[in-house]
Design a protein around this ligand. Sequence first.
Ligand code: ATP
Ligand code: MG
Length: 756
Amino acid sequence: MAARSAPYLDELNPAQREAVETLQGPVLMLAGAGTGKTKALTARIAHLMNQGVRPNEILAVTFTNKAAREMKGRVGRHLGEAVEGMPWLGTFHAICVKLLRRHGELVGLKSNFTILDTDDQIRLLKQLIVAANIDDKRWPARALASLIDGWKNRALTPEKVPNADASAFDHKGTELYAAYQERLKTLNAVDFGDLLLHMVTIFQTHGDVLEQYQRWFRYILVDEYQDTNVAQYLWLRLLAQKHQNICCVGDDDQSIYGWRGAEVGNILRFEKDFPGAKVVRLEQNYRSTPHILAAASGVIAGNKGRLGKTLWTDRDDGEKVRLIGHWDGEEEARWIGEEIEALQRGTRGLRSHELDQQAILVRASHQMRAFEDRFLTIGLPYKVIGGPRFYERMEIRDAMAYFRVACSPDDDLAFERIVNTPKRGVGDKALQNIQRAARANETSLLEAARLLVSAGELKGKARGAVGQLIEGFDRWRAAVQNNENHIELAEIILEESGYTEMWQNDKTPEAPGRLENLKELIKALESFENLQGFLEHVALIMDNEADDGGPKVSIMTLHAAKGLEFPVVFLPGWEDGLFPSQRSMDESGLKGVEEERRLAYVGITRAEELCTISFAGNRRIFGQWQSALPSRFIDELPEENVDVLTAPGLYGGGYGAAAPSSGMQERMDRADAYNSPGWKRMQARSQSRQTAQPTETKGLVIDATAVSSHAKGDRVFHQKFGYGTVMGIEGDKLDIEFDKAGAKKVVARFIVDAAK
Ligand code: ATP
Ligand code: MG
């Protein structure tokens, strides 16, 4: 048969091939990372078409638009020129938009309905909250938005919201939800969650429409099935009921969207939903080296209630997973930047890798700032995947707009951006008035607003609120001119303007991340003399980013990295409180931390050849050092698959060679951070490695209980007592004869080897 020799089949192993060639009936491919699930799914699409199935009879759902594009490309390549038309291939949302344009009238929509963005959604909800006489300070619109999103993810229309949720949002949640849906209908609009909800409703209430699509989509394929929510699950189940030709692939260990309503249970009950399903298990991993695979397996083994899977690879051992600790986040970024360049040049004694072969995967998007700043400074090309770059983020642009007006009151663009953020009652009309006054008087918007306020021409809330803002700018401007501390000033501006508070009151899942980004912005100011210098720096780098199309390092969140692979992967910020996140650790029960652990598994398994995990012992937040403990996940890495590297700034290098800097004592005082089990183990490993390779630099000793590298007669340095000679060692204490201060007993961890 011609199909048997098709190259896309020849590339598969027997288990994959079975999944690809079983065209009739339900198929579940439940397998670990990198086992070729997505590859098999793509081959299956090609195979269906090769077997004469028409493209429009195939419905394939992927998790991201990027994945859909890649899959389309691959199917095209498999089939060559021969294809006419492409299957329905896209995300749940993209496919539902298409369907809803055709059938929206069944839920009261015209085919040209608009899709609201989050801002519109919030504005609308706020109107409803105010109209219902609810205090929107205590009950903010964003909280209602996320409540409603949650219901929509569970496919609950207002009538279906269970009694258990009746008390939500001051007992008014359901009522407001119903009002909101009515309002959307009048506006001929939908929000994101409606796309699926409406289609599920239509399928459930209009048997004829459902049947049409059941007949139409004879073959259904779903990637990343473990991350589907209830609405998506119902939608699929309805569509697949007739032919039952549904092929789902996924990995319960990679379920990372529980926080957005995904139900890993969907994949676990597939066989119940589709009796007689063929379940194919794939066990060979083609992506990663054995060390990487073993490290990932070691971490995920810490989760309870897993299905458990065998994974093996026949690749060569390769490098161990590298683990390294740094003083702080800036140093972590500097080290990774250097490492990336060294790997690009091939000067690490490892295979060389172009920049587009390397990726940095972070837990929280605010972590990106340190990397972006560093890479911009050293001219290392990078791109941020799945989100805006740091300085392009909404909250960062808002904050910078405040700083810009404080430095240059004539900056109209910046003023316009924030005059009503947070809300000050300045609607479109009020803004037009300000603009008109500015033109008539040939002044800046700020001055025009001042005129209107004093002439009583701004009405209602706007008058007081804008007046206050202008006073604020006068004060901040004076502070800039007096050269007051710019870091404190920046914090004051964000506080007094109500901007920080706006996000503190915001109950959406994104709000904590935005607040973190703002802290990160303040942190960035520390490298500059004043606000103007900083603003110039940002303006220059934003201007300088013309894309030459050359290879770039990718920076993205772990969530955005799902399904992707890179030869070289860096996983920074493995600290308790960051990864696992503080929120997951605060939750009662293990669920939150288990989801974080799956995220760690996703992260490590993105790497093909080289995986480097790092953490910083200190992070500077609002000008204060905060110590951090190495992530508990570091403890879970199997020792035999890990190589502990020595950070130059941590053990020696910069510090060991010269007298300690003035920040040293502060840092040493923070050394308690290094008493965690993870850190000690790391130290011990590092020590054994250093013994094995005596050429390694060795200098500052953080915790002599773990690493006692002193010997009698050693010359050492103590921040307070100066230089001295070790006379005796007693556990973690040293007897030292200081040159000036005389004999003292001191704790070893406060001692630094003196420059030799
Ligand atoms: P994830 O769970 O991370 O989404 P996956 O199971 O979807 O992983 P793929 O991305 O399909 O895995 O495949 C991982 C890598 O292994 C890809 O580079 C793919 O080309 C390769 N691969 C898959 N199957 C085979 C095979 N039979 N022979 C050789 N290489 C393969
Ligand atoms: Mg995949």
